[in-house]
Design a protein. Structure first.
Length: 302
């Protein structure tokens, strides 16, 4: 359940959606596995493997969207359709036309779908109605949009906004690397990507490498800009910040997980303890990050 990636969106502070109302709305759209002719399905499931669709801890909500997809590559459909087209050509004496070929492919798809393997994944979302945050554990905005679409379908309204800052992550990360020091409670770690703004888009990647050397300064002086930078917040959470303000490879340091283990009285309480600590740490990290990026721009909407 510990989030690995953060796609961050703004909600109104003190958003007035109760646990009971949210749980009821999610329960009305539960996950149902793919039927024989379904290519994909999605729906809400319990994040805690019980009958609750929302885990609520200290006013924070955890949701889980389950997505199931049939694994049926178009190349397989095209190959089978081509074989059938050859058989039909032999029977009727001429090649199938465009309309007939489309019908053949549709028939092949209906034939293969019931036998296709499926892949299932669960995407977690943290909602902080008090602080006004909606955070999705997704590796890309496209994956996060899938959850936002499901929430829009489920709720009467979803007043989310994109989070934008006065200063770009690229400009702030550049300043940190030039100074060999981050501001606030952030420290620079050992991973970085520098990319040229020229047409060639030349890039240099540092992995587990000190970033305070002359070579990094030379690349910056030559005009390369940081597009990814590893950071640690308050000696408790490490992550990669990207030029699009995505937060990736989040790692909660051992001290946090040890605290969660101490707080859990039993196995079934472990997830509640984990979520309480995770949401607490991220609830500190996100405002701190926005502050060092110059603060929020208030008019961003989606």
């Amino acid at each position: 359940m510990w989030f690995r990636n953060l796609q961050i969106y703004r909600l109104p502070v003190n958003w007035g959606l109760s646990f009971e109302a949210l749980n009821e709305k999610l329960a009305a759209r539960p996950f149902v596995p793919c039927g024989s002719q379904d290519m994909a399905t999605r729906g809400w499931s319990s994040p805690t493997k019980d009958d609750r669709f929302v885990l609520a801890v200290q006013g924070q909500f955890l949701l889980a969207l389950t997505v199931e997809q049939k694994l049926l590559p178009s190349s397989v459909v095209n190959e089978v359709a081509a074989d059938k087209a050859e058989q039909i050509e032999a029977q009727q004496g001429f090649k199938p036309g465009r309309k007939q070929m489309k019908e053949i492919k549709e028939a092949v798809l209906q034939e293969l779908l019931p036998r296709a393997f499926t892949r299932r994944r669960k995407v977690y979302t943290w909602i902080d109605p008090i602080g006004g945050w909606l955070v999705i554990d997704a590796s890309s905005p496209a994956r996060a949009e899938e959850v936002l679409d499901a929430l829009r379908d489920t709720l009467d309204e979803l007043p989310v906004k994109m989070v934008k800052t006065e200063l770009s992550p690229v400009s702030v990360m550049t300043g940190w690397l030039v100074a060999n020091e981050a501001t606030g409670n952030f420290t620079i770690d050992l991973d970085c990507e520098l990319r040229a703004v020229t047409d060639e888009k030349a890039a240099v990647r540092y992995v587990r490498h000190a970033l305070d050397g002359k070579d990094v300064q030379d690349h910056l002086a030559a005009g390369k800009l940081p597009t990814r930078l590893a950071l640690t917040f308050d000696d408790r959470v490490s992550f990669i910040l990207t030029e699009k303000m995505e937060i990736k490879r989040v790692a909660f340091l051992d001290v946090i997980k040890e605290e969660a283990e101490r707080q859990a009285d039993a196995v079934d309480m472990q997830m509640q303890a984990d979520f309480a600590l995770m949401s607490g740490e991220l609830g500190r990290l996100i405002p701190a990050l926005l502050e060092v990026l110059g603060g929020e721009v208030k008019d961003a909407v989606i």
